[in-house]
Design a protein around this ligand. Structure first.
Ligand SMILES: [Fe+2]
Ligand SMILES: [Fe+2]
Length: 293
């Protein structure tokens, strides 16, 4: 039996985790606005010396294998693309949350980051390959953040895996989310949503975090984005990259077909891209949470 989390506990937990830096927060606000330009991102990054240094360090790391060093932040950002810059900014502030061992899910340190990164790549690819009217980079950021609540509640779920599995198998209609709620009183989507509020994330990202397992409940204006992440999440789990005990223990919303046409061929292409991109991105961002200089 896990320890119940009441509303006050949840706020205490949130107070104990890192906050986003002002520049990371502004970057998320800016890039969720469909009118922004890459130049706006460049100008924002330039106001943060630490972030500028990190972006330059990463673009010149062995993972990208550049022959000539890039010394201008403008060139670095246009080379990396905004999604990688956002990943660096989030990682610098909250990397420890992603890298943490999720003992409540029997998942090792780094598993959440790998799952989130694969979800992010898959969500972006779904948007690109099915030509959804959603910003591909926003889908990526949303994928990266969707399960952040697991890192908040994991300690409270310690030792509850058999109980959760038992609950799900004894009641056909239950999924892992409902098991979390029954066992500790809060599920990872609600915990993540509360963190999204504390971090003042843009509304669309907060909705993805809250509804990624029930995309039909998202507000109409963000539903496409939420469905893209919902599918991306399932693709990450299908590829064998879940976060331990809860992998594939959620329902796939069959109504996704009302929003996204994913032929078997496109699905295969998405999965292939996820494998290829993941290796490259993981290598280039592998210091996330462990190095903040
Ligand atoms: Fe989730
Ligand atoms: Fe997930």
């Amino acid at each position: 039996m896990g320890t119940k989390i009441c509303k006050e506990n949840l706020q205490q937990i949130i107070k104990s985790v890192p906050m986003l830096s002002a520049s990371a927060s502004r970057l998320l606000q800016l890039t969720s606005n469909s009118d922004h330009q890459l130049l706006d991102v460049v100008n924002l990054v330039k106001t943060d010396a630490n972030l500028t240094a990190r972006v330059l360090k990463i673009v010149n790391s062995a993972a990208f294998g550049l022959i000539n060093e890039i010394t201008s932040i403008d060139r670095a950002i246009s080379y990396l693309g905004e999604r990688i810059v956002i990943s660096i900014a989030i990682g610098d502030c909250a990397g420890k949350l992603f890298e943490k061992e999720l003992s409540g899910y029997e998942a090792a340190g780094g598993d959440l980051w790998k799952h989130d990164l694969r979800t992010a790549i898959a969500a972006r690819e779904i948007v690109v390959q099915t030509e959804l009217e959603v910003s591909p980079d926003l889908a990526f950021t949303a994928g990266l953040l969707h399960d952040i609540g697991k890192s908040l509640i994991s300690d409270y779920l310690q030792g509850t895996v058999p109980e959760a599995i038992e609950l799900i198998s004894s009641q056909d209609s239950l999924d892992y989310l409902e098991a979390e709620e029954k066992i500790i009183g809060v599920d990872h989507t609600l915990a993540g949503f509360e963190l999204a509020q504390a971090w003042q994330l843009p509304e669309e990202l907060a909705e993805v975090i809250l509804y990624h397992h029930q995309p039909g409940n998202a507000s109409e204006e963000f539903r496409l984005l939420v469905y893209a992440v919902h599918l991306g999440d399932n693709i990450a789990m299908l590829g064998g990259f879940g976060t331990g005990s809860d992998s594939m223990q959620y329902r796939l919303d069959p109504k996704y077909t009302d929003y996204i046409t994913l032929s078997p061929k496109t699905l295969a292409n998405v999965m292939l891209t996820v494998d290829m991109e993941f290796e490259k991105l993981e290598e280039s961002l592998n210091n996330l949470g462990r190095e903040t200089t």
